[in-house]
Write a protein that binds this ligand. Structure first.
Ligand code: DAH
Length: 344
C-alpha cells in the first residue's frame, strides 16, 4: 500500500509539472484528491489494514496528500501569474504614441449671422416667426399684391409643386400670414428667417436655395422715417458704427413706396473704390411701406394702420461682413471653410 501511495504521488507530481493550463490543473486535483480521486480511493481501503500498519500508512498518506496539494497550489500560482502577465502585456498603453485629435464642432456661420440678426431685432421688440417652405400661390404671390399673370412674378422664377403650391420664393408670405393671424386688430412686429427657393442656376452669387429674413412692423402711424431709423440701427450694429445708409427708390409690388438700402463702403466710406465698384455704396436689402392692398387683404384697414417691411439675405450679409466671395461656400459643408468662423 505504501508503494501504491508513492506511485500515486509520483504520477500526480509529474502530471502537475507537465500541465500548462488552470483548467487542466483543476482536473488533476479532482482526479487525485476529489471524492472519487485515486488517493481518496486508497485511503478508503485503510480499514483493511492491521492496527500497527494503520498509523504508519496514515502518515505517509497525509504526506502524499500534502505534497500533491502543495504542488497543485504552487502550479496554480505560477499559471495565474503568467496569465496576469500576459494580460498586462496585451493591454499595455504606449504613452509615446501620438494621440487622435478630438475635433469640436460649432454653429454654421449662417446660423450665427441669422441668430445675431434675430437678437438685434428681438432687442427692438420684434417676435421671431416661422412659415411653411411649401407655400400656397395665394400667400407667396396674391396676398402680396402679385395677382396671377402679374409680370413681376417673373422676378422670382419658382419651383411649383402643383398649380396652387410652390416652394416659397421669399419669406414675405409670412407677413401676410402673421397679419391674418392678428386679425387686423393689433400691431404686428415680427421677423421671419427661413429657407427660400428659386429656379436659378448656381454660381458665385446665385443659389437655388438660400435664406432670407423678412421684417414687418404694422401699427397706427408707422412712417418711412421709422423704417430708416430701424435700418440705420441694423446697419451700424451689423457692420460697424462708422457705416452710413442710404435709401434708393426701387419697386416691389408689396410696398409703396419701395426702396433699396445701401451701406457706405467700409474701404472708402463713400468715396468710391474697387470694392464698391466706384459707387461708394453697397446694396444690402429691399424694403418699403406696406402696400395698402396688402394691408387690406390681410384684414388691416389701411386708413388706420400703416407699416414698413424689409427683406434681406443673410448669406449676402455674411459675405460682406466676412469677405466671402462665393455663396456656394455656405452649402458645401467644407470644414476647412466652416471652422474659420467658429470663433467669429
Ligand atoms: N421679398 C423680396 C425679395 O425676395 C425682398 C423684400 C423687398 C421684402 C421689400 C420686403 C420688402 O418685405 O418690403 O426680393
Amino acid at each position: 500500500m505504501q508503494a501504491e501511495l508513492k506511485a500515486i504521488e509520483q504520477e500526480a507530481l509529474a502530471k502537475v509539472a507537465a500541465v500548462n493550463d488552470v483548467k487542466e490543473l483543476q482536473a488533476i486535483k479532482v482526479a487525485y484528491l476529489g471524492k472519487k480521486g485515486s488517493l481518496t480511493a486508497v485511503l478508503r481501503g485503510m480499514g483493511k489494514l492491521s492496527p500497527e500498519e494503520r498509523p504508519v500508512v496514515g502518515e505517509i498518506a497525509n504526506q502524499v496528500r500534502e505534497a500533491i496539494t502543495k504542488a497543485i497550489d504552487d502550479k496554480n500560482d505560477v499559471l495565474e501569474n503568467a496569465a496576469l502577465e500576459e494580460k498586462l502585456q496585451e493591454e499595455a498603453i504606449d504613452v509615446t504614441l501620438p494621440g487622435r485629435p478630438v475635433t469640436v464642432g460649432g454653429p454654421h456661420l449662417l446660423t450665427k449671422v441669422i441668430e445675431e440678426i434675430e437678437d438685434l431685432f428681438i432687442g427692438m421688440g420684434y417676435e421671431v416667426r416661422e412659415g411653411p417652405e411649401v407655400e400656397t400661390d395665394y400667400f407667396n404671390f396674391e396676398a402680396l399684391n402679385l395677382p396671377k399673370d402679374h409680370p413681376a412674378r417673373d422676378m422670382q422664377d419658382s419651383f411649383y409643386v402643383t398649380n396652387e403650391l410652390l416652394l416659397r420664393t421669399h419669406t414675405s408670405p409670412v407677413q401676410a400670414r402673421t397679419m391674418r393671424e392678428y386679425k387686423g386688430e393689433k400691431p404686428v412686429k415680427m421677423i421671419c428667417p427661413g429657407k427660400v427657393y428659386r429656379r436659378d442656376t448656381d454660381d458665385a452669387t446665385h443659389s437655388h436655395q438660400f435664406t432670407q429674413i423678412e421684417g414687418l412692423y404694422v401699427d397706427k402711424d408707422v412712417k418711412m422715417s421709422d423704417l430708416k431709423g430701424v435700418l440705420d440701427i441694423f446697419a451700424k450694429k451689423m457692420f460697424g458704427e462708422d457705416r452710413n445708409i442710404r435709401l434708393r427708390p426701387s419697386f416691389f409690388p408689396f410696398t409703396e413706396p419701395s426702396v433699396e438700402m445701401d451701406i457706405s463702403c467700409k474701404v472708402c466710406h463713400g468715396e468710391g473704390c474697387s470694392v464698391c465698384k466706384g459707387t461708394g455704396w453697397i446694396e444690402i436689402l429691399g424694403a418699403g411701406m406696406v402696400h395698402p392692398n396688402v394691408l387690406e387683404m390681410a384684414g388691416y384697414d389701411p386708413k388706420v394702420y400703416s407699416g414698413f417691411a424689409f427683406g434681406m439675405g443673410p448669406e449676402r450679409i455674411a459675405m460682406l461682413k466676412y469677405g466671402i466671395n462665393d455663396i456656394r461656400q455656405f452649402y458645401l459643408n467644407d470644414s476647412r471653410f466652416l471652422k474659420q468662423f467658429h470663433q467669429a
